[in-house]
Design a protein around this ligand. Structure first.
Ligand code: HEC
Length: 134
């Protein structure tokens, strides 16, 4: 009986701590419109080196295992900053911030991170930590 109660308590604690994380994922990381804009910008400025499907050519793949290995555990801000200061490789820093943000939203989308009602912004990028969706 004792162990039963302890076990139930453990389940309650685990459930309670899991809720905020799930709520964050459900809120979404960017808006669909933002990712759509990012898709077009990516095709115009990035796809020549990273391919239109983001699987990589002259530049590394931006989806799947390489993406999770490099960016997993880092903030969206870190990814954004890299793109904004180092990309496009031939003309770094040439794209305005809002366009780089839209492209970042598109990269998140292609890695199955969900859309929501709030656009990805400088502020939200700081607090969102990139992790594989469950
Ligand atoms: C002229 C080719 C070229 C273009 C255009 C280009 N990239 Fe890159 N990209 C590269 C190369 C080469 C690297 C690897 C060098 C490095 O990591 O510093 C890279 C690396 C990256 C990385 C890091 C990948 C990783 O996980 O290591 C990201 C993110 C990225 N590019 C995004 C973009 C975005 C967004 C654009 C468009 C705004 C873009 N790139 C345009 C060539 C390019």
């Amino acid at each position: 009986m004792r162990t039963r109660i302890a076990l139930m308590a453990a389940v309650v604690v685990a459930t309670a701590t899991a809720i905020p994380m799930r709520a964050q994922a459900q809120d979404g990381w960017y808006t669909s419109a933002q990712a759509e804009q990012g898709h077009e910008l990516f095709n115009n400025h990035c796809a020549e080196c990273h391919r239109p499907d983001l699987t990589g050519a002259m530049g590394p793949a931006l989806v799947g295992t390489p993406f999770w290995q490099h960016w997993g555990g880092q903030t969206v801000e870190a990814l954004y900053n890299f793109e904004h200061t180092k990309m496009p490789a031939t003309n770094p820093g040439s794209l305005p911030a809002d366009q780089v943000m839209a492209i970042t939203a598109y990269i998140l989308k292609r890695n199955q991170l969900p859309a929501g009602s709030k656009a990805l912004s400088q502020a939200s990028a700081k607090s969102l930590v990139i992790h594989k969706p469950k």
